[in-house]
Design a protein around this ligand. Structure first.
Ligand code: NAP
Length: 254
C-alpha cells in the first residue's frame, strides 16, 4: 500500500505515544503530511523526530477535551498543509483501573468521559468542518474491545469506548453521502505505555491476558493497529464506513 496517501494530510491525536505514534509513522510512510496532536510536547516531539527520517510532520499541542485547543490544532493543520484528509482520533487515558479503585468514583468518570468520549466528539466536529470544505475525508476513532463488550467494574472506560462506537456509527450515517467515511478500530491488549502502566509487563495479569483473554497468545504491537488505521483511511477502503473493527487477536470472537 506504499504511497497510498501521497500529498494528503493526516491528523493523529495522542500521537506522542503508543498506538498514536505508530499510526503517525505509518501515515508518514504512506506519503501523508502528519499533524501530531498531543497535550504533552515531549512525546510528540519524539514522534516528530522519527517522522522526519521518512517524511513531513508538525506538532500541534492540544488537550482534546478542550474545545478551543482542539479546534485551533485542526485549524493550524489546515493553515500549514492546506487540507485535512485523514484524522485518527486516538488520544485516551486508562483512568483509574477498575480493579484497584471505586467504579463509582465521580472524578474518574468525569475525566475519562471528557478525554475518551468528549475528546473524540470535539475532534470530529472540527475535522468534519474542514473536510466538508474540500468534499470529503476519512476519520478513524479509537474505541476498544471494551467498546464492544463490558469489563467488570470499568464503568467509565467501557462507557466512553461504547460511546465512541455509537458516535462513529451515527456520524458515518450522517456523512455517508458527503464524502466522509467514519470508522472505529477496537484494539485488544496492545503493548504500549498505557498497558505497561495498567497491566504491567511480566505481571500475573499479563499472563492471564495472553493465556485466556487474547487467543493469539501475545500482546498486540502498536504497528498492528496502525496498519488497520491507515487501511481504513486509504482509497482501498472506499466502501467501508460505520464499522467498529476489532484488531484484537481474537478477543471478542470468544
Ligand atoms: P498511550 O501510550 O498512553 O498513548 C495515549 C496518548 O494520548 C499519549 O500520548 C497521551 O499523552 C495522549 N493523551 C492523553 N490524554 C490526552 C488529551 N486530553 N489530549 C491530548 N492527548 C492526550 O496509550 P495507547 O495504549 O497508545 O492508547 C491509545 C488509544 O488506544 C487510547 O484511546 C486507548 O484507550 C486505546 N486503546 C488502547 C489499548 C491498549 O491495549 N493499549 C486497547 C484498546 C484501546 P500522555 O502520554 O502525555 O498522557
Amino acid at each position: 500500500m506504499s504511497g497510498s496517501l501521497e500529498g494528503k494530510t493526516a491528523l493523529v491525536t495522542g500521537g506522542g505515544s503508543g498506538i498514536g505514534r505508530a499510526a503517525a509513522l505509518a501515515f508518514a510512510r504512506e506519503g501523508a503530511h502528519v499533524a501530531i496532536v498531543d497535550y504533552v510536547q515531549e512525546g510528540a516531539n519524539q514522534t516528530l523526530n522519527m517522522i522526519r527520517e521518512i517524511g513531513e510532520g508538525r506538532v500541534f499541542k492540544a488537550d482534546v477535551s478542550k474545545p478551543d485547543e482542539i479546534r485551533r490544532a485542526v485549524e493550524q493543520t489546515v493553515e500549514t498543509y492546506g487540507r485535512l484528509d485523514c484524522a485518527f482520533n486516538n488520544a485516551g487515558i486508562e483512568g483509574n483501573t477498575a480493579a484497584r479503585t471505586d467504579p463509582w468514583d465521580h472524578d474518574n468518570w468525569n475525566r475519562v468521559i471528557a478525554i475518551n468520549l468528549t475528546g473524540v466528539f470535539l475532534s470530529m466536529q472540527y475535522e468534519v468542518e474542514q473536510m466538508l470544505k474540500r468534499g470529503g475525508g476519512a476519520i478513524v476513532n479509537t474505541s476498544s474491545i471494551m467498546g464492544l463488550v463490558g469489563a467488570v467494574g470499568a464503568f467509565a472506560y467501557t462507557a466512553a469506548k461504547h460511546g465512541v462506537a455509537g458516535l462513529t456509527k451515527s456520524a458515518a450515517l450522517l456523512y455517508a453521502q458527503k464524502g466522509i467515511r467514519v470508522n472505529a478500530v477496537c484494539p485488544g491488549y496492545i503493548h504500549t505505555p498505557m498497558v505497561e502502566r495498567s497491566v504491567g509487563i511480566g505481571s500475573e495479569f499479563e499472563r492471564h491476558i495472553t493465556k485466556h483473554l487474547q487467543p493469539i497468545g501475545r500482546l498486540g504491537r502498536p504497528e498492528e493497529i496502525a496498519e488497520a488505521v491507515v487501511w481504513l483511511c486509504s482509497p482501498a477502503a472506499s466502501l467501508v464506513t460505520g464499522i467498529t473493527m476489532p484488531v484484537d487477536g481474537g478477543c471478542v470472537a470468544q
